[in-house]
Design a protein around this ligand. Structure first.
Ligand SMILES: NC(=O)c1ccc[n+]([C@@H]2O[C@H](COP(=O)([O-])OP(=O)(O)OC[C@H]3O[C@@H](n4cnc5c(N)ncnc54)[C@H](O)[C@@H]3O)[C@@H](O)[C@H]2O)c1
Length: 270
């Protein structure tokens, strides 16, 4: 019989998390660390990255931190090179940083468009190239990006952000197709509405909080830890046949087109 428990262990693995200071990146770093990986916590907020690394160490795990600008191709490449020099390998690499300028397309400036695309999409490209190269040479590895349900469904003011997230989903498929023969897997998570620093301003508005909650089948927002758990799955050998996918972690948001109550007369338990 297969030993399924071994599949989720990340003991001995070297994992890089870009965006590790907050939210989904921080939760991913915590999850990877708890499953046994040594985690390099990277972020442009160096103090936050250090705090995440210290939390992992305090929980009995192993971690370090680096200051990195995810909008800079040179920074991302330097991070990959430093990790290789220090550890000789990189098994898992996760990237979460993104920018959302919430504006109608007619109001967007060229500069705003470039800012969003430079971090969200070009940053994802730089990340895949920098970490994908050593993984293909070693013939193993798992790359994980952060897309969004906005890749498939949106609202006014999110067109440019949504285009960047749909672009990430296609980058994931394209790179997965190219590096599969080298044993490298490439995936994304596709969250809906998660309680993080990014969404804190939305949470403050009760009407918006409730409206977004009602889009999900659970009638609630998600927690960063629920996405971190999905990232840990994609990072692990439990996902050995999963590549090119954007894994929905959206409380059912994209599965339904209305609130989960209404026309039905009976509940499942009756
Ligand atoms: N929170 C949600 O509801 C939600 C939903 C769907 C998708 N997402 C996506 O999840 C990802 C993470 O979002 P979050 O909610 O965890 O946000 P967050 O603001 O809590 O965390 C983002 C992290 O990225 C870091 N960062 C930002 N710009 C950076 C840069 N240029 N260089 C290095 N680090 C940088 C920040 O310091 C922070 O630690 C984003 O890609 C976002 O689009 C979030």
């Amino acid at each position: 019989m297969h030993d399924y428990r071994q599949l989720v262990s990340l003991n001995g693995r070297i994992a890089v998390v870009l965006g590790a200071s907050s939210g989904i990146g921080q939760a991913s770093a915590h999850a990877l660390g708890q499953f046994g990986a040594h985690v390099i916590c990277a972020d442009h907020d160096a103090a936050g990255a250090q705090a995440t690394a210290e939390q992992i160490a305090a929980g009995g795990g192993s971690a370090e931190h680096r200051a990195v600008d995810a909008a800079s191709g040179a920074d991302i490449l330097a991070l990959a090179e430093q990790v290789l020099v220090r550890h000789g390998q990189v098994d898992v690499a996760v990237s979460t940083p993104a920018l959302n300028i919430r504006k109608r397309i007619l109001d967007y400036t060229d500069d705003e468009f470039d800012q969003v695309m430079n971090l969200n999409l070009k940053g994802a490209f730089h990340f895949l190239r920098a970490f994908g190269r050593p993984m293909t040479q070693r013939r193993c590895g798992s790359l994980i990006l952060c897309s969004s349900m906005r890749a498939v469904t949106l609202e006014p003011g999110l067109g440019i952000y949504a285009a960047s997230k749909a672009g990430i989903a296609q980058l994931v498929k394209g790179f997965a197709a190219e590096v599969g023969e080298y044993g490298v897997r490439v995936n994304a998570v596709m969250p809906s509405i998660i309680e993080t620093r990014l969404t804190a301003p939305l949470k403050e508005r009760r009407d918006i909080y409730d409206t977004y909650a009602a889009h999900t089948v659970f009638n609630r927002w998600g927690q960063a830890s629920e996405v971190g758990a999905a990232v840990a799955f994609l990072a692990s050998d439990a996902a050995s046949y999963v590549t090119g996918s954007s894994l929905s972690v959206d409380g059912g948001w994209t599965a339904i087109d209305g609130p989960p109550t209404g026309l039905t007369q009976t509940r499942p338990s009756q």
